[in-house]
Design a protein around this ligand. Structure first.
Ligand SMILES: *Cc1c(COP(=O)(O)O)cnc(C)c1O
Length: 250
């Protein structure tokens, strides 16, 4: 018995690119969540104490919406222009997204960042504390601030010298709508990440003495999240392992 020929499908056979992208993101997100769980287990830590921030820089707002549908709540961006546009395009989502500003920040962008960001990871100088404090008062929004620490003292990538952290923290604490939430760093390329992150952890421990609410340690990206979790990171910032390789490279 032969199967009757089926009529040609009337619907387009073009792949649904949105659905394809959703499936891609779902798979990569699951893989990163599993890496986090394994790293936490290896470090004897509870993985629920680790917040995954999905870094969506260079990717469209549509990706952020797909990620939100997959349970992502924390989103990281490193450029005000991109971040403000995407935050506006996603403002209708419920539950609301939490926006993390993770890039080097010019003081003239502080008023814009204060409108959508919940946490600024890159506070590294007194002029920026003043600008963010003023902007937060203007918009009447609270901003949680992380002090970005330079772990190798190299200029250019941003970050404060570890010795200046107590002074920056005191200035942040003096601003009515800014809070000292903790520390952030990017691992320097020339040494094992875990050793560098261990120094960041010590800076955070010292900070906690004067600022008991400063529990956040933001460290670890696609390539070194295991090292960061081993060193005590509470927030990790993952872009390419979830969204794919960025072009042009950043
Ligand atoms: C881009 C970026 C990340 C994410 O990097 P990936 O390697 O893509 O995971 C994390 N932190 C900062 C500060 C970034 O600029």
């Amino acid at each position: 018995m032969t199967t009757p020929l089926r009529p040609a499908p009337e619907v387009s056979r073009e792949p649904d690119t949105r659905e394809t992208r959703r499936a891609f993101l779902a798979e990569r997100l699951a893989a990163v969540r599993s890496r986090i769980a394994h790293a936490a287990q290896a470090a004897g830590r509870d993985h629920t104490g680790i917040t995954l921030i999905t870094v969506t820089k260079t990717w469209p707002a549509e990706d952020v919406r797909l990620l939100a549908g997959l349970g992502v709540r924390d989103v990281g961006e490193n450029q005000d222009q991109q971040a403000s546009g995407k935050a506006a395009a996603c403002a209708d989502l419920s539950p609301a997204l939490s926006w993390h500003f993770i890039g080097q920040l010019q003081t003239n962008k502080a008023p814009s960042v204060a409108r959508y960001a919940d946490m600024v990871h890159s506070v590294d100088r007194t002029s920026l504390v003043a600008a963010l404090g003023k902007a937060a008062r203007r918009t009447d929004r609270e901003l949680r601030c992380l002090i970005q620490v330079s772990l190798d003292g190299a200029p250019g990538r941003g970050g404060a010298h570890p010795d200046t952290v107590p002074r920056l923290a005191a200035l942040i604490a003096d601003e009515p709508l800014l809070t000292v939430a903790g520390v952030m760093a990017v691992a320097p390329p020339q040494e094992p990440a875990e050793r560098a992150f261990a120094r960041l952890h010590r800076v955070r421990e010292q900070l906690l003495g004067d600022h008991p609410g400063a529990g956040v340690m933001s460290a670890g990206m696609s390539g070194d999240l295991e090292a960061a979790i081993a060193a005590g990171a509470t927030h990790i910032r993952v872009g390419s392992a979830i969204l794919g390789r960025r072009t042009p490279a950043r």
